[in-house]
Design a protein around this ligand. Sequence first.
Ligand code: MSP
Length: 513
Amino acid sequence: MTYTLTTPLYYVNDRAHLGSAYTTLACDAIARFQRLKGEQVVFITGCDEHGQKIQRTAEAAGLTPQAHCDLVSEGYRELWQRWQISNDRFIRTTDPRHRRIVEQFYARVEANGDIVEGRQQGWYCVACEEFKDDPHEASDPECAIHRKPLEWRDEVNLFFRLSRYQQQIETLIRQPGFIAPESRRREVENFVAQGLRDFSISRVNLPWGIPVPGHEGHTFYVWFDALLGYLTALLEPGDPYSLETIVERGWPAQLHVIGKDILRFHAVYWPAMLLSAGLPLPQRVFGHGFLTREGQKMGKSLGNVLDPAVLLERCGADAVRWYLLRDIPFGDDGDFQQQRFVDLINNDLANTIGNLLNRTSSMARRWFAEAVPPAGAAAERQHPLAAAATKACLRHNQAMDTLDFRNAAEAALGLATSANGFLNDQAPWSRMKQPGQEDSVAADLYAVLEATRIVALLLSPLVPELSARMLAQYPAAAPLSWDALLQWGGLQPGDQLPAPSPVLARLELEGEL
Ligand code: MSP
C-alpha cells in the first residue's frame, strides 16, 4: 500500500518562513521513517497560487500573477532542495492538469446535488482567504490572526452544501486518530456541534482563479481549488487526468500535516467535499502548533521573522531540525530561543553523540588494528547496552508512528547517554594499560560502537545528514531492512573502521540570527 502524506500547499504571496519550514521538515522526518520501514511513500508538497491575496501581491510587485507565482514557487522548490527535503511531488495549483481535475471534481459534486446559488455577506480576511464568523469589534473589525482590517463582502455566488454532511462529519471526527492531537479534535468537535453551514466555493470579479464551468464570471474559491491540489499531485507524467487514476496512485492520504490555523478546512470542509465526490477520506489530520520567537509572535512589522534560508546557511539543516523536533512537543505551540538552540545542539549533537562516536572509534582503531574489535561478551543480548538499544528502538518506533518526534529524539539521545555512561564506568583507556584486559576492553568498545551505530540509525529520519556522517565512520553496511539494521550485533568484528572525523562542528553564533 502507498503511504501518501502532505504538507499544506504554501501560499506564494511571500517567501517561505520558519512556520512553513517547520511543517515541511516534520513531514520529511515522517516520510524518511516510513521509507525506512519499507513503505512506498508519496510525499507531497507544493504551492497554492490562486486567489485574491496572490493577485494583489503580484499587482503590488508590478508582475502578472503567473510571473509572480513562477518566481515565488521556484523559490520554495529551491529552498526545499537546499534543506534536503525528500518530497516526491511538488504540485503547483496553476499546473494545467490541476484545472482538469478541479473541473472533474466539481462535476461530481454538482451531479450529487451539492452546489446551490446563494448570497454571501460577511467580513472577509484576504490574508486568511476566509470569511470570519463573528468579528469581535462591530466597526472596523480586523482579523485576529493577521491584525489586518477585514473587508465587507456581499455577493451572489455558488455554495457547497456542507450542512448536508453534518452527521457524517460528526461520526468521522469521533473516530480515534482522525484528528490529532486530541486538543485539536475537541476544537473541531465544538465547531461542528454549532451546526455546519454551507460555504461559498466561487468568487465573482476575481480573475485570478480557475473558471467555474457553466457559470460565467465565477472562479473557484481558492480553498476549494487548493485542497484538490493534493489529488492532482498524485498524477504521474503520462497519466490520464482522472480521479480514478488518482485513487490508483495512492489516494487517500494517510496523513495531512498542517498548522492549527487551517484545521477546519482539512478536518471538516475537505472530508465533506470528498464524500460528495465519492472519494475516500484521508486517514489522519495532524494540526501542529505555532512558533514564536523569544516569546513574540513573528511578523514582518516586528522585523523578527526567522528566514529559513538564513538559518540553513548559518546553522545547517540538521541543527534546526534537531532543535524544532526535539524541543517542541509536536502539536503544541513552541518558542524559538537562540541560546537554548545553541546549547541543545552543542550538548546533544556535538558532545553526547558526536564525541561518543569519535572517541570510541579512535580507541578501537588504535588498539585493534583499525577494525571493529572482537565482540566477546558484547555479543550477548543480555548485555546492558543491548538491552538499552532494544528499548530505545521500540520507544523510537512507537513515537515516530504517532508523530511524537520529541520522544523519538529522546530515545536516540538516551541510548547515546547510556553508552557514554557505560564507557566512562568501564574506562577502557586505563584498563587497556593493565595486563589480560584486552578481551574485555574489546567487548566494551564493540558494545559502544554497536549502540552508537543504532543511535545513528534512529537519528536518520530526524537529522539525516548527521546520521549519514556517523554511518560513514562505520564499515559499509549491507543494504538490509531497517529491522535487520537495528538488530544488535549487526557490526562485524574485523571489518575496517574508517578514520574518524568530527560529525558535527560546535555551533557558535555571533549576534542575532
Ligand atoms: N495555502 C494555505 C494552505 C492550503 S493547503 C491545501 C496556507 N498557506 S500558508 O503558506 O499560509 O501556510 C502554510 C502553513 O504554515 C500552515 O500550516 C500554517 O499553519 C503554517 N504556519 C504559518 N505560520 C506559522 C508559525 N508561526 N508557526 C508554525 N506554523 C505556521 O495556509
